[in-house]
Design a protein around this ligand. Structure first.
Ligand code: NAP
Length: 369
């Protein structure tokens, strides 16, 4: 058990907030690792700033030490996430801080990763470094995937839907490009870019042949764009070998429900019987260190995710347009009583170009009024 110290001041909180803001700079490129920022102070002056940018490359602490010119003896380190205590592709940050002779470490969030989870703080304390934990909601919000892992041992599931005013997402013919405007589609790129994985159903692949990739320089770091894993739920492996998503950079995973099978263009895994088992799928993705995933699918798979209670956030783009009663619903779910229906809480409403973006967080409780 990690004790949360109270020897922290208002200035500690502000420096920790600044470290948390630095973490944002890795927003589109750190996956599958979390965004982490670090600020190093000595005698009231900032001597180093760092953030994690790419998985496999320098962690925030190491980058901040480098920024400080390698001399951080006696300094205070503010870091948005507990330093890691294990060697991975990079050395353990806790050990690096010990070796560098820092005096004090202030942490904004305990790492829920089972390999670390309090151990990083313990190691530092055992080495005689003062460690204080000041849990910041801003640090928790940075990496919702980490929080979901801690609370429910699953990734953070964000369902994205582009709908009309009457809640329709495609014409009866399947035509749906485009219901929302260019700005909304540009905004979707941002949500995609921060995701570890984008999940769709084979229905969308067959109807729209989407690329599901991240495009645009604003998501690049060192001229490289990190592509989320693109996951297609395709029980009978109907995804055509010439589907557009195979021509984009990044990996594609086809999830089916049959015997071991191969596909000429992608890795395949079997998960469930009949239809893909969504609970099991999330476990597989969690094992692959997937923290945040975005579902961009038609009404069948969107409905399945909403109905399963596995979703955390719904990003709904609403276009000022009516598609009419024969158009396809947002989610194929049938309820008989109001008490069975699915509800959430509006977390944010914003105009995005000519459309409206509503962010709804799951209450994870059925409406029982
Ligand atoms: N407006 C929007 O935001 C938006 C976004 C995407 C698509 N669309 C539109 O949606 C339409 C396609 O909708 P759709 O419902 O046919 O496609 P979908 O929801 O993308 O894919 C559905 C398919 O996924 C497969 N699947 C595998 N496991 C599943 C599970 N556990 N639960 C549910 N489905 C599972 C099923 O096929 P198998 O049984 O063969 O595996 C199922 O038929 C198109 O017209 C497209 O343009 C709209």
């Amino acid at each position: 058990m990690v004790s949360r110290d109270s020897h922290v001041s208002e200035s500690d909180r502000l420096f920790l907030l600044a470290a948390t803001e630095l973490a944002e700079r890795g927003r589109y490129t750190t996956s599958p690792n979390p965004c982490v920022g670090c600020l190093i102070m000595r005698e009231g002056h900032v001597i180093g700033r760092g953030w994690h940018q790419w998985a496999g490359q320098g962690h925030a602490e190491a980058n901040a030490i480098k920024d400080a010119g390698g001399d951080v003896r006696g300094a205070t380190v503010y870091v948005s996430l507990e330093p890691c205590s294990f060697e991975g592709r990079t050395p353990s940050c806790a050990q690096t801080l010990i070796d560098q002779g820092v005096a004090r470490v202030v942490v904004a969030m305990i790492d829920p990763h089972p390999k670390n989870s309090g151990r990083g703080i313990e190691v530092l304390r055992e080495a005689g470094i003062r460690v204080e934990v000041l849990e910041l909601p801003e640090a928790l919000a940075l990496n919702p995937g980490l929080a979901a892992r801690r609370r429910r041992a699953k990734p953070w599931v964000r369902v994205k839907v582009g709908a009309s005013l009457d809640g329709r997402t495609a014409m009866a013919s399947g035509e749906s490009q485009w219901i929302t405007g260019r700005d909304a589609r540009e905004d979707v790129q941002h949500w995609r870019a921060r995701s570890c994985a984008v999940v769709t159903g084979v229905g969308t692949i067959l109807a729209d042949n989407p690329r599901l990739s991240v495009r645009g320089g604003r998501f690049a770091a060192r001229r490289r764009i990190r592509q989320p894993l693109r996951v297609v739920l395709d029980s009978r492996l109907r995804t055509p070998a010439d589907a557009a998503l195979f021509d984009e950079p990044g990996d594609v995973l086809l999830v089916h429900t049959g015997e071991a099978a191969e596909h000429p263009r992608a890795e395949t895994i079997s998960c469930g019987e009949g239809r893909v088992d969504l609970h099991a799928l999330l476990e597989v993705l969690l094992q692959r260190d997937c923290g945040e995933l975005m579902v961009e699918a038609g009404s069948t798979l969107t409905g399945a995710f909403l109905e399963s209670g596995l979703w955390d956030e719904l990003i709904l783009f609403v276009a000022p347009r009516l598609l009419g009663g024969s158009a396809r619903a947002m989610a194929d779910i049938d309820f008989e009583r109001l008490g069975e229906t699915i509800g959430g809480t509006i977390a944010d409403v914003q105009a995005i170009g000519e459309d409206l973006r509503i962010i709804i967080t799951a209450s994870n409780e059925r409406n029982d009024t």
